[in-house]
Ligand binder design. Structure first.
Ligand code: CTP
Length: 131
């Protein structure tokens, strides 16, 4: 069984999120998703996600392509998460191109092209403009 691992915040779940999870699953048989915690997001972006970590995880968990979820508490634990989940492939969007190549000694690292013209940040901006 080929295990795929990917990570993300998946705030305001959108088509780009769905596409990457579907394409990640298509690379193997079992998809594990690390959903980043609110605290991790706050430390990266100085703001909390719009949807809290329980809600974001619940949405991801219910998707047909997703087999298992866990909380990503720290960016520093990536290697440990790869080992713990026994992942064969780490999938990231190509906004992360090259930044996870160091894990090539533990698993295959694949960067998938992002779905164009949509992001959580863009959605927040659109709503801001409307209001
Ligand atoms: N992703 C994608 N295509 C998009 C947006 C996101 O393939 N248009 C992928 C990212 O590359 C990542 C995963 O979805 O692998 C989760 O991304 P996340 O950062 O949660 O979503 P973004 O919409 O990029 O959020 P933000 O604008 O806050 O960076």
């Amino acid at each position: 069984m080929k295990k795929i691992l990917t990570f993300g915040t998946f705030d305001l779940f959108h088509i780009g999120h769905l596409q990457i999870l579907k394409r990640a699953k298509a690379l193997g048989d079992y998809l594990v998703v690390g959903v980043s915690t609110d605290a991790l997001n706050f430390s990266k972006k100085q703001r909390n996600p719009i949807c809290n970590q329980q809600h974001r995880m619940e949405i991801i968990q219910e998707l047909k392509s997703v087999d298992e979820v866990f909380y990503e508490h720290s960016l520093e634990l990536k290697r440990q998460y790869i080992i713990d989940t026994k992942a064969d492939v780490l999938v990231m969007g190509d906004d992360w191109q090259g930044r996870f190549d160091e894990f090539n000694d533990t698993c295959e690292v694949v960067y998938l092209p992002r779905t164009p013209s949509i992001s959580t940040t863009a959605l927040i901006e659109i709503v801001r403009e409307i209001t």
